[in-house]
Design a protein around this ligand. Structure first.
Ligand SMILES: Nc1ncnc2c1ncn2[C@@H]1O[C@H](COP(=O)(O)OP(=O)(O)OP(=O)(O)O)[C@@H](O)[C@H]1O
Ligand SMILES: [Mg+2]
Length: 197
């Protein structure tokens, strides 16, 4: 049986080349794919907790390694910058430059306390997912990065994200996407409110 994918609003569709990147050929449905991805992400969370001290979340190495750890069992392209266009995201040739710029700007905001801690974290999260470094998994990667920044840079609680996984269609996912669209327009307050809801 082939892969049957139902895309939720705001998800990046996979093209056939990307489906080729699936490592587990027995995955046949979106539900199975979600389950395998979640199991892979859970292993990444165990890996994070096993690190005694996380000092450098805001580095290229850590962020790329995190994506690899989150999706490397399921996808061959995990931890690799995308080489195709996606409906959300910058021109793929600009990813390394945009990624570097985001790290530099965020480091500056933290040092100079340009915005309150939660606003810095969610501005960073929104810009990271807007660059869309990877073929897929950018939403989940950016939410874990935001949690790690809250905890390890600012000593804050990780976010609740509507108390929902946000992977499938739900009222919370709609609210999340609406908040991201407000952030696209420069208003970060709905995203900050949502992340703590
Ligand atoms: N208008 C938007 N502006 C910024 N980011 C957006 C917008 N619409 C969607 N997104 C983000 O892009 C994500 C989809 O990208 P991708 O499919 O790579 O991530 P994912 O982790 O697989 O998705 P999901 O978070 O839905 O499981 C959405 O979850 C959301 O986080
Ligand atoms: Mg996706």
């Amino acid at each position: 049986m082939g892969l049957i994918l139902n895309y939720q609003d705001g998800q990046t569709p996979l093209d056939p080349d990307q489906i080729d990147g699936l490592k587990i050929k027995t995955i046949a449905t979106q539900k199975q794919l979600n389950e395998f991805e979640q199991a892979n992400i859970n292993e990444a969370l165990v890996w994070i907790h096993s690190k005694r001290k996380i000092t450098d979340v805001l580095t290229e190495d850590f962020m790329v390694q995190l994506h690899q750890r989150m999706f490397g069992i399921v996808w061959r392209w995990a931890g690799q910058f995308r080489k195709t266009q996606t409906n959300i995201g910058v021109d793929w040739v600009k990813i390394p430059m945009e990624f570097r710029g985001l790290i530099d700007d965020t480091t500056f905001w933290i040092k100079h306390e340009t915005y309150p801690p939660e606003e810095i974290t969610l501005r960073f999260k929104h810009r990271l997912v807007s660059i869309h470094c990877f073929t897929n998994g950018n939403g989940r990667h950016s939410r874990i990065m935001a949690d790690l920044m809250a905890a390890h840079v600012f000593g804050l609680e990780k976010f609740s994200w509507g108390h929902h996984a946000l992977v499938e269609s739900s009222e919370q996912r709609s609210a999340y996407l609406k908040a991201l669209k407000m952030a696209d327009l420069g208003d970060y307050s709905p995203l900050i409110r949502f992340a703590r809801s």
